[in-house]
Ligand binder design. Sequence first.
Ligand code: TYD
Ligand code: MG
Length: 462
Amino acid sequence: MAKDKTLFTCSECGGTTPRWLGKCPHCNAWNTLVESVAESSAPSKNRFAALAPSTEVKPLSEIEAQDVQRTPTGLDELDRVLGGGIVEGGVVLIGGDPGIGKSTLLLQALDALQRQSHTTLYVTGEESGAQVALRSRRLGLDGSQVKVLAEIQLEKILATLDALKPAIAVIDSIQTVYSEQLTSAPGSVAQVRECAAHLTRAAKASGTAIVLVGHVTKEGALAGPRVLEHMVDTVLYFEGDTHSSYRLIRAIKNRFGAVNEIGVFAMTERGLKGVSNPSAIFLSQHAEPVPGSCVMVTLEGTRPMLVELQALVDTGGPSPRRLSVGLERDRLAMLLAVLHRHAGVACMDQDVFVNAVGGVRISEPAADLAVMLSITSSLRGRPLPKGFIAFGEVGLAGEVRPAPRGQERLKEAAKLGFSVAVVPRANLPRKAERGGTELFPGMTVHGVDRIEEAMELARSLA
Ligand code: TYD
Ligand code: MG
Protein backbone atom coordinates (compact mmCIF):
# COMPACT_ATOMS: atom_id res chain seq x y z
CA MET A 1 0.00 0.00 0.00
CA ALA A 2 1.31 3.43 -0.89
CA LYS A 3 2.49 5.58 1.95
CA ASP A 4 0.23 8.48 2.93
CA LYS A 5 1.22 11.65 1.18
CA THR A 6 0.85 15.08 2.63
CA LEU A 7 -1.59 17.36 0.87
CA PHE A 8 -2.85 20.84 1.56
CA THR A 9 -6.60 21.32 1.59
CA CYS A 10 -8.45 24.62 1.46
CA SER A 11 -10.79 25.04 4.41
CA GLU A 12 -13.07 27.23 2.30
CA CYS A 13 -13.56 25.32 -0.96
CA GLY A 14 -12.04 21.93 -0.18
CA GLY A 15 -9.60 22.12 -3.12
CA THR A 16 -6.14 20.56 -2.70
CA THR A 17 -2.59 21.42 -3.66
CA PRO A 18 0.57 19.35 -3.23
CA ARG A 19 2.43 22.18 -1.48
CA TRP A 20 1.54 25.04 0.82
CA LEU A 21 0.55 28.30 -0.80
CA GLY A 22 -0.60 31.58 0.73
CA LYS A 23 -3.54 31.77 -1.63
CA CYS A 24 -5.83 28.91 -2.62
CA PRO A 25 -5.44 28.36 -6.39
CA HIS A 26 -9.05 27.19 -6.64
CA CYS A 27 -11.05 29.84 -4.82
CA ASN A 28 -8.40 32.54 -4.29
CA ALA A 29 -9.01 32.73 -0.53
CA TRP A 30 -5.98 33.68 1.55
CA ASN A 31 -4.48 31.61 4.34
CA THR A 32 -6.96 28.79 4.05
CA LEU A 33 -4.68 25.93 3.04
CA VAL A 34 -4.06 23.43 5.80
CA GLU A 35 -2.14 20.22 5.87
CA SER A 36 -4.07 16.99 5.52
CA VAL A 37 -3.36 13.39 4.70
CA ALA A 38 -3.85 12.22 1.13
CA GLU A 39 -6.54 9.59 1.07
CA SER A 40 -5.98 8.25 -2.39
CA SER A 41 -3.83 5.34 -1.23
CA ALA A 42 -6.64 3.04 -0.19
CA PRO A 43 -10.40 3.29 -0.60
CA SER A 44 -10.92 2.07 2.98
CA LYS A 45 -9.21 5.25 4.16
CA ASN A 46 -12.20 7.30 3.06
CA ARG A 47 -12.65 9.63 5.99
CA PHE A 48 -16.41 9.59 5.92
CA ALA A 49 -16.85 5.90 5.25
CA ALA A 50 -18.16 5.23 8.74
CA LEU A 51 -20.45 8.23 8.62
CA ALA A 52 -22.20 7.04 5.49
CA PRO A 53 -22.61 3.28 5.55
CA SER A 54 -23.68 2.02 2.14
CA THR A 55 -27.38 1.21 2.12
CA GLU A 56 -29.97 0.95 -0.57
CA VAL A 57 -32.05 3.90 -1.71
CA LYS A 58 -35.51 3.93 -0.11
CA PRO A 59 -38.49 6.30 0.00
CA LEU A 60 -38.62 8.35 3.16
CA SER A 61 -41.90 6.77 4.25
CA GLU A 62 -40.31 3.33 4.40
CA ILE A 63 -37.50 4.35 6.66
CA GLU A 64 -38.25 3.59 10.24
CA ALA A 65 -38.04 6.79 12.25
CA GLN A 66 -36.74 6.21 15.71
CA ASP A 67 -36.42 8.79 18.39
CA VAL A 68 -32.90 9.30 19.59
CA GLN A 69 -32.08 7.74 22.92
CA ARG A 70 -31.10 10.41 25.41
CA THR A 71 -29.37 9.94 28.70
CA PRO A 72 -29.96 12.86 31.06
CA THR A 73 -26.72 13.90 32.74
CA GLY A 74 -28.54 14.85 35.91
CA LEU A 75 -27.40 18.47 35.61
CA ASP A 76 -30.73 20.02 34.60
CA GLU A 77 -29.36 23.17 33.02
CA LEU A 78 -26.89 21.21 30.88
CA ASP A 79 -29.62 18.78 29.83
CA ARG A 80 -31.76 21.73 28.83
CA VAL A 81 -29.22 23.00 26.28
CA LEU A 82 -28.44 19.51 25.05
CA GLY A 83 -32.13 19.02 24.32
CA GLY A 84 -32.72 16.50 27.11
CA GLY A 85 -29.44 14.73 27.62
CA ILE A 86 -26.54 13.15 25.79
CA VAL A 87 -27.27 11.14 22.68
CA GLU A 88 -25.67 7.82 21.84
CA GLY A 89 -22.89 8.44 19.30
CA GLY A 90 -23.50 12.18 19.45
CA VAL A 91 -20.57 14.57 19.29
CA VAL A 92 -20.71 17.81 21.24
CA LEU A 93 -18.27 20.67 20.88
CA ILE A 94 -18.12 23.00 23.85
CA GLY A 95 -16.23 26.27 23.62
CA GLY A 96 -15.52 29.12 25.97
CA ASP A 97 -12.88 31.42 27.41
CA PRO A 98 -10.14 29.89 29.58
CA GLY A 99 -11.14 29.58 33.21
CA ILE A 100 -14.85 29.90 32.55
CA GLY A 101 -15.60 26.42 33.91
CA LYS A 102 -15.63 23.96 30.99
CA SER A 103 -13.49 21.35 32.73
CA THR A 104 -15.39 21.82 35.99
CA LEU A 105 -18.79 21.34 34.41
CA LEU A 106 -17.78 18.31 32.38
CA LEU A 107 -16.18 16.61 35.35
CA GLN A 108 -19.39 17.17 37.31
CA ALA A 109 -21.43 15.78 34.42
CA LEU A 110 -19.22 12.70 34.10
CA ASP A 111 -19.42 12.05 37.81
CA ALA A 112 -23.21 12.33 37.73
CA LEU A 113 -23.37 9.87 34.82
CA GLN A 114 -20.91 7.49 36.45
CA ARG A 115 -23.14 7.45 39.52
CA GLN A 116 -25.96 6.26 37.28
CA SER A 117 -23.62 3.37 36.33
CA HIS A 118 -22.63 4.61 32.87
CA THR A 119 -18.98 4.08 31.98
CA THR A 120 -17.26 7.43 31.55
CA LEU A 121 -13.84 8.53 30.39
CA TYR A 122 -12.16 11.88 30.91
CA VAL A 123 -9.19 12.41 28.60
CA THR A 124 -7.08 15.28 29.83
CA GLY A 125 -4.39 16.84 27.69
CA GLU A 126 -4.12 20.12 29.53
CA GLU A 127 -3.81 18.97 33.10
CA SER A 128 -2.19 16.00 34.77
CA GLY A 129 -4.25 13.27 36.38
CA ALA A 130 -3.26 14.69 39.77
CA GLN A 131 -4.68 18.08 38.88
CA VAL A 132 -7.94 16.52 37.79
CA ALA A 133 -8.07 14.56 41.03
CA LEU A 134 -7.47 17.75 42.97
CA ARG A 135 -10.35 19.43 41.21
CA SER A 136 -12.65 16.50 41.88
CA ARG A 137 -11.80 16.72 45.63
CA ARG A 138 -12.60 20.39 45.51
CA LEU A 139 -15.90 19.63 43.89
CA GLY A 140 -16.72 17.18 46.66
CA LEU A 141 -16.59 14.24 44.25
CA ASP A 142 -14.52 12.09 46.57
CA GLY A 143 -14.39 8.47 45.58
CA SER A 144 -15.51 9.30 42.08
CA GLN A 145 -15.30 6.34 39.70
CA VAL A 146 -14.75 8.47 36.57
CA LYS A 147 -11.89 7.01 34.53
CA VAL A 148 -9.13 9.47 33.74
CA LEU A 149 -6.61 9.20 30.91
CA ALA A 150 -3.83 11.78 30.63
CA GLU A 151 -2.98 11.44 26.94
CA ILE A 152 -2.68 13.65 23.89
CA GLN A 153 -1.91 11.20 21.15
CA LEU A 154 -4.96 10.46 19.04
CA GLU A 155 -4.12 6.85 18.22
CA LYS A 156 -3.75 5.98 21.91
CA ILE A 157 -6.98 7.77 22.77
CA LEU A 158 -8.81 5.86 20.05
CA ALA A 159 -7.37 2.58 21.30
CA THR A 160 -8.54 3.36 24.84
CA LEU A 161 -12.02 4.26 23.59
CA ASP A 162 -12.12 0.99 21.74
CA ALA A 163 -11.05 -1.05 24.74
CA LEU A 164 -13.11 0.70 27.41
CA LYS A 165 -16.25 1.38 25.31
CA PRO A 166 -17.48 4.18 27.56
CA ALA A 167 -20.99 5.63 27.24
CA ILE A 168 -19.46 9.08 27.20
CA ALA A 169 -15.95 10.43 26.78
CA VAL A 170 -14.71 13.98 27.27
CA ILE A 171 -11.66 15.18 25.33
CA ASP A 172 -10.24 18.18 27.20
CA SER A 173 -9.19 19.77 24.91
CA ILE A 174 -9.28 18.99 21.18
CA GLN A 175 -6.44 21.49 20.63
CA THR A 176 -4.00 19.40 22.65
CA VAL A 177 -4.65 16.19 20.73
CA TYR A 178 -2.32 15.29 17.87
CA SER A 179 -2.14 12.53 15.32
CA GLU A 180 1.12 10.88 14.32
CA GLN A 181 0.00 10.88 10.71
CA LEU A 182 0.49 14.61 10.40
CA THR A 183 3.69 16.51 10.84
CA SER A 184 2.15 19.79 11.96
CA ALA A 185 2.12 20.82 15.62
CA PRO A 186 -0.72 20.02 18.04
CA GLY A 187 -3.28 22.81 18.03
CA SER A 188 -2.72 23.61 14.34
CA VAL A 189 -5.77 23.72 12.14
CA ALA A 190 -4.76 20.54 10.33
CA GLN A 191 -4.31 18.55 13.53
CA VAL A 192 -7.50 19.82 15.14
CA ARG A 193 -9.54 19.02 12.07
CA GLU A 194 -8.07 15.61 11.48
CA CYS A 195 -8.32 14.55 15.14
CA ALA A 196 -11.90 15.78 15.41
CA ALA A 197 -12.81 13.85 12.25
CA HIS A 198 -11.31 10.63 13.63
CA LEU A 199 -13.04 11.05 16.98
CA THR A 200 -16.36 11.80 15.29
CA ARG A 201 -16.02 8.67 13.24
CA ALA A 202 -15.20 6.65 16.35
CA ALA A 203 -18.29 8.05 18.10
CA LYS A 204 -20.60 7.16 15.21
CA ALA A 205 -19.13 3.69 14.88
CA SER A 206 -19.11 2.76 18.57
CA GLY A 207 -22.07 4.70 19.96
CA THR A 208 -19.91 6.48 22.52
CA ALA A 209 -21.02 10.07 23.03
CA ILE A 210 -17.99 12.35 22.75
CA VAL A 211 -17.65 15.84 24.14
CA LEU A 212 -14.83 17.91 22.64
CA VAL A 213 -13.64 20.92 24.60
CA GLY A 214 -12.51 23.71 22.30
CA HIS A 215 -10.55 26.87 22.93
CA VAL A 216 -11.81 30.22 21.87
CA THR A 217 -9.69 32.79 20.06
CA LYS A 218 -9.49 36.43 21.09
CA GLU A 219 -12.21 37.23 18.58
CA GLY A 220 -14.55 34.81 20.33
CA ALA A 221 -14.63 32.12 17.64
CA LEU A 222 -13.65 28.54 18.26
CA ALA A 223 -9.99 28.10 17.38
CA GLY A 224 -9.66 25.76 14.46
CA PRO A 225 -11.54 25.73 11.23
CA ARG A 226 -15.26 26.27 10.93
CA VAL A 227 -15.41 22.75 9.60
CA LEU A 228 -15.25 21.59 13.21
CA GLU A 229 -18.67 23.12 13.80
CA HIS A 230 -20.05 21.38 10.73
CA MET A 231 -18.64 18.04 11.73
CA VAL A 232 -20.19 17.76 15.18
CA ASP A 233 -23.85 17.36 16.14
CA THR A 234 -24.05 20.01 18.81
CA VAL A 235 -22.09 23.20 19.42
CA LEU A 236 -22.32 24.81 22.84
CA TYR A 237 -20.73 28.06 23.95
CA PHE A 238 -19.97 29.00 27.50
CA GLU A 239 -20.35 32.71 28.10
CA GLY A 240 -20.33 35.06 31.03
CA ASP A 241 -18.06 37.42 32.79
CA THR A 242 -15.31 35.55 34.65
CA HIS A 243 -15.55 38.26 37.31
CA SER A 244 -19.18 37.53 38.08
CA SER A 245 -20.28 34.13 39.25
CA TYR A 246 -22.93 33.52 36.58
CA ARG A 247 -22.24 31.42 33.54
CA LEU A 248 -24.42 30.81 30.51
CA ILE A 249 -24.28 27.90 28.13
CA ARG A 250 -25.86 28.51 24.78
CA ALA A 251 -26.63 25.99 22.06
CA ILE A 252 -25.46 27.43 18.72
CA LYS A 253 -26.22 24.31 16.76
CA ASN A 254 -28.07 21.21 17.82
CA ARG A 255 -29.08 18.33 15.61
CA PHE A 256 -30.92 16.78 18.55
CA GLY A 257 -32.74 19.75 20.03
CA ALA A 258 -33.59 23.43 19.88
CA VAL A 259 -30.96 26.08 19.38
CA ASN A 260 -30.85 29.30 21.33
CA GLU A 261 -31.77 27.42 24.45
CA ILE A 262 -29.61 28.51 27.32
CA GLY A 263 -28.55 26.96 30.58
CA VAL A 264 -27.63 29.16 33.52
CA PHE A 265 -25.12 28.25 36.21
CA ALA A 266 -23.54 29.93 39.17
CA MET A 267 -19.89 29.19 39.98
CA THR A 268 -19.64 28.32 43.65
CA GLU A 269 -16.91 26.97 45.90
CA ARG A 270 -18.12 23.50 45.01
CA GLY A 271 -18.37 23.86 41.27
CA LEU A 272 -21.18 24.95 39.00
CA LYS A 273 -24.72 24.90 40.33
CA GLY A 274 -27.71 25.23 38.00
CA VAL A 275 -29.89 28.31 38.36
CA SER A 276 -33.41 27.20 37.58
CA ASN A 277 -35.02 30.63 37.83
CA PRO A 278 -32.54 33.01 36.22
CA SER A 279 -34.85 35.86 35.29
CA ALA A 280 -33.48 38.50 37.63
CA ILE A 281 -29.75 37.78 37.83
CA PHE A 282 -28.66 40.20 35.12
CA LEU A 283 -29.89 43.30 36.90
CA SER A 284 -27.57 45.49 38.90
CA GLN A 285 -28.85 46.88 42.13
CA HIS A 286 -29.49 50.61 42.00
CA ALA A 287 -31.24 52.08 45.05
CA GLU A 288 -32.57 54.88 42.84
CA PRO A 289 -32.83 54.94 39.02
CA VAL A 290 -29.65 56.19 37.32
CA PRO A 291 -29.25 57.83 33.90
CA GLY A 292 -28.22 55.51 31.09
CA SER A 293 -29.80 52.36 32.45
CA CYS A 294 -32.77 50.55 30.93
CA VAL A 295 -34.03 47.05 31.68
CA MET A 296 -35.24 44.83 28.84
CA VAL A 297 -36.86 41.42 28.76
CA THR A 298 -35.05 39.02 26.50
CA LEU A 299 -36.39 35.65 25.54
CA GLU A 300 -33.70 33.06 25.30
CA GLY A 301 -34.95 29.68 24.28
CA THR A 302 -37.99 29.06 26.39
CA ARG A 303 -37.37 31.38 29.32
CA PRO A 304 -37.80 35.15 29.56
CA MET A 305 -34.98 36.95 31.36
CA LEU A 306 -34.60 40.50 32.52
CA VAL A 307 -31.33 42.10 31.52
CA GLU A 308 -30.14 45.58 32.32
CA LEU A 309 -28.62 47.54 29.44
CA GLN A 310 -26.35 50.43 30.26
CA ALA A 311 -25.23 53.27 28.06
CA LEU A 312 -22.71 56.02 28.57
CA VAL A 313 -22.68 58.95 26.20
CA ASP A 314 -19.81 61.35 26.65
CA THR A 315 -18.13 64.08 24.62
CA GLY A 316 -15.79 62.43 22.15
CA GLY A 317 -12.90 63.54 19.95
CA PRO A 318 -12.92 64.14 16.20
CA SER A 319 -13.81 60.50 15.50
CA PRO A 320 -16.08 59.47 18.35
CA ARG A 321 -16.06 55.89 19.48
CA ARG A 322 -18.92 53.39 19.46
CA LEU A 323 -18.26 50.45 21.72
CA SER A 324 -20.56 47.69 22.81
CA VAL A 325 -20.18 44.76 25.15
CA GLY A 326 -22.70 41.95 24.77
CA LEU A 327 -24.50 43.67 21.91
CA GLU A 328 -23.68 43.97 18.21
CA ARG A 329 -21.64 47.01 17.33
CA ASP A 330 -22.96 47.36 13.80
CA ARG A 331 -26.47 47.35 15.14
CA LEU A 332 -25.50 50.09 17.60
CA ALA A 333 -24.29 52.31 14.74
CA MET A 334 -27.56 51.71 12.95
CA LEU A 335 -29.65 52.52 16.00
CA LEU A 336 -27.72 55.78 16.51
CA ALA A 337 -28.54 56.77 12.93
CA VAL A 338 -32.23 55.97 13.42
CA LEU A 339 -32.21 57.89 16.68
CA HIS A 340 -30.80 60.94 14.93
CA ARG A 341 -32.95 60.82 11.84
CA HIS A 342 -36.29 59.94 13.38
CA ALA A 343 -36.16 61.16 16.95
CA GLY A 344 -33.79 64.12 16.56
CA VAL A 345 -31.33 62.75 19.13
CA ALA A 346 -27.83 63.55 17.87
CA CYS A 347 -24.75 61.70 19.16
CA MET A 348 -22.44 62.55 16.24
CA ASP A 349 -19.78 64.21 18.40
CA GLN A 350 -20.21 61.86 21.36
CA ASP A 351 -18.52 58.63 22.40
CA VAL A 352 -21.21 55.99 22.93
CA PHE A 353 -20.62 52.91 25.06
CA VAL A 354 -23.26 50.27 25.69
CA ASN A 355 -23.06 47.20 27.89
CA ALA A 356 -25.32 44.29 28.79
CA VAL A 357 -24.88 43.71 32.54
CA GLY A 358 -23.46 40.42 33.79
CA GLY A 359 -21.54 39.36 30.69
CA VAL A 360 -24.65 38.11 28.91
CA ARG A 361 -24.70 38.38 25.11
CA ILE A 362 -27.90 39.57 23.47
CA SER A 363 -28.36 38.91 19.80
CA GLU A 364 -32.08 39.48 19.35
CA PRO A 365 -33.24 42.79 17.84
CA ALA A 366 -35.87 43.10 20.59
CA ALA A 367 -33.13 44.89 22.55
CA ASP A 368 -33.24 47.89 20.18
CA LEU A 369 -35.78 49.99 22.03
CA ALA A 370 -34.06 49.54 25.39
CA VAL A 371 -30.65 50.38 23.87
CA MET A 372 -32.04 53.60 22.38
CA LEU A 373 -33.81 54.59 25.58
CA SER A 374 -30.67 54.05 27.65
CA ILE A 375 -28.59 56.11 25.19
CA THR A 376 -31.07 58.99 25.28
CA SER A 377 -31.28 58.75 29.05
CA SER A 378 -27.49 59.02 29.38
CA LEU A 379 -27.24 61.86 26.86
CA ARG A 380 -29.84 63.89 28.71
CA GLY A 381 -28.59 62.86 32.14
CA ARG A 382 -32.12 61.90 33.14
CA PRO A 383 -32.96 58.48 34.53
CA LEU A 384 -35.90 56.44 33.28
CA PRO A 385 -38.68 55.99 35.82
CA LYS A 386 -38.37 53.48 38.65
CA GLY A 387 -39.56 49.99 37.70
CA PHE A 388 -39.30 50.70 33.95
CA ILE A 389 -38.83 48.07 31.22
CA ALA A 390 -38.87 48.23 27.44
CA PHE A 391 -38.43 45.89 24.51
CA GLY A 392 -39.05 45.94 20.77
CA GLU A 393 -37.22 45.93 17.47
CA VAL A 394 -36.65 49.27 15.75
CA GLY A 395 -36.52 49.45 11.95
CA LEU A 396 -34.62 51.84 9.70
CA ALA A 397 -37.80 53.79 9.01
CA GLY A 398 -38.20 54.45 12.73
CA GLU A 399 -41.03 51.96 13.20
CA VAL A 400 -41.19 49.84 16.35
CA ARG A 401 -41.76 46.20 15.45
CA PRO A 402 -43.22 43.55 17.73
CA ALA A 403 -41.05 41.10 19.60
CA PRO A 404 -41.96 37.41 19.59
CA ARG A 405 -44.00 36.26 22.59
CA GLY A 406 -44.47 39.71 24.08
CA GLN A 407 -47.07 38.54 26.60
CA GLU A 408 -44.65 36.16 28.25
CA ARG A 409 -42.05 38.90 28.53
CA LEU A 410 -44.52 41.30 30.12
CA LYS A 411 -45.75 38.66 32.51
CA GLU A 412 -42.23 37.93 33.73
CA ALA A 413 -41.51 41.64 34.28
CA ALA A 414 -44.78 42.10 36.19
CA LYS A 415 -43.94 39.08 38.33
CA LEU A 416 -40.63 40.68 39.29
CA GLY A 417 -42.33 43.91 40.33
CA PHE A 418 -41.72 46.14 37.31
CA SER A 419 -44.45 48.74 37.03
CA VAL A 420 -44.09 50.63 33.72
CA ALA A 421 -43.51 49.10 30.31
CA VAL A 422 -43.01 50.62 26.87
CA VAL A 423 -43.50 47.99 24.18
CA PRO A 424 -44.44 47.74 20.49
CA ARG A 425 -48.17 48.35 20.06
CA ALA A 426 -48.56 45.00 18.34
CA ASN A 427 -47.43 43.34 21.57
CA LEU A 428 -50.39 44.77 23.46
CA PRO A 429 -53.24 42.34 23.90
CA ARG A 430 -56.12 43.12 21.54
CA LYS A 431 -58.42 44.53 24.21
CA ALA A 432 -55.98 47.20 25.28
CA GLU A 433 -56.68 50.64 23.92
CA ARG A 434 -54.33 53.58 23.45
CA GLY A 435 -52.45 54.93 26.42
CA GLY A 436 -51.74 53.33 29.76
CA THR A 437 -53.44 50.04 30.32
CA GLU A 438 -53.29 47.90 33.41
CA LEU A 439 -53.19 44.40 32.02
CA PHE A 440 -50.91 42.82 34.52
CA PRO A 441 -51.30 43.43 38.23
CA GLY A 442 -49.38 46.54 39.21
CA MET A 443 -48.00 47.21 35.74
CA THR A 444 -48.93 49.94 33.26
CA VAL A 445 -48.17 48.97 29.66
CA HIS A 446 -47.77 51.58 26.92
CA GLY A 447 -47.83 50.54 23.28
CA VAL A 448 -45.88 52.57 20.69
CA ASP A 449 -45.69 52.49 16.88
CA ARG A 450 -42.70 54.73 16.30
CA ILE A 451 -39.39 55.55 17.94
CA GLU A 452 -40.20 59.25 18.37
CA GLU A 453 -43.36 58.25 20.22
CA ALA A 454 -41.33 56.03 22.56
CA MET A 455 -38.83 58.83 23.25
CA GLU A 456 -41.62 61.30 23.95
CA LEU A 457 -43.33 58.84 26.27
CA ALA A 458 -40.11 58.11 28.18
CA ARG A 459 -39.55 61.85 28.62
CA SER A 460 -43.06 62.45 29.96
CA LEU A 461 -42.87 59.47 32.33
CA ALA A 462 -39.47 60.39 33.81
P1 TYD B 1 -12.10 25.42 34.73
O1 TYD B 1 -13.18 24.41 34.74
O2 TYD B 1 -10.71 24.95 34.93
O3 TYD B 1 -12.15 26.30 33.41
P2 TYD B 1 -11.83 25.91 31.90
O4 TYD B 1 -11.72 24.44 31.81
O5 TYD B 1 -13.01 26.48 31.15
O6 TYD B 1 -10.57 26.63 31.53
O7 TYD B 1 -12.52 26.51 35.81
C1 TYD B 1 -11.58 27.16 36.53
C2 TYD B 1 -12.14 28.30 37.33
O8 TYD B 1 -13.26 27.96 38.11
C3 TYD B 1 -11.06 28.75 38.23
O9 TYD B 1 -10.87 30.14 38.02
C4 TYD B 1 -11.54 28.43 39.60
C5 TYD B 1 -13.02 28.30 39.46
N1 TYD B 1 -13.61 27.26 40.32
C6 TYD B 1 -14.46 27.61 41.32
O10 TYD B 1 -14.76 28.78 41.55
N2 TYD B 1 -15.03 26.62 42.10
C7 TYD B 1 -14.74 25.32 41.91
O11 TYD B 1 -15.27 24.46 42.63
C8 TYD B 1 -13.82 24.96 40.87
C9 TYD B 1 -13.44 23.54 40.62
C10 TYD B 1 -13.28 25.97 40.10
MG1 MG C 1 -9.99 23.34 31.37
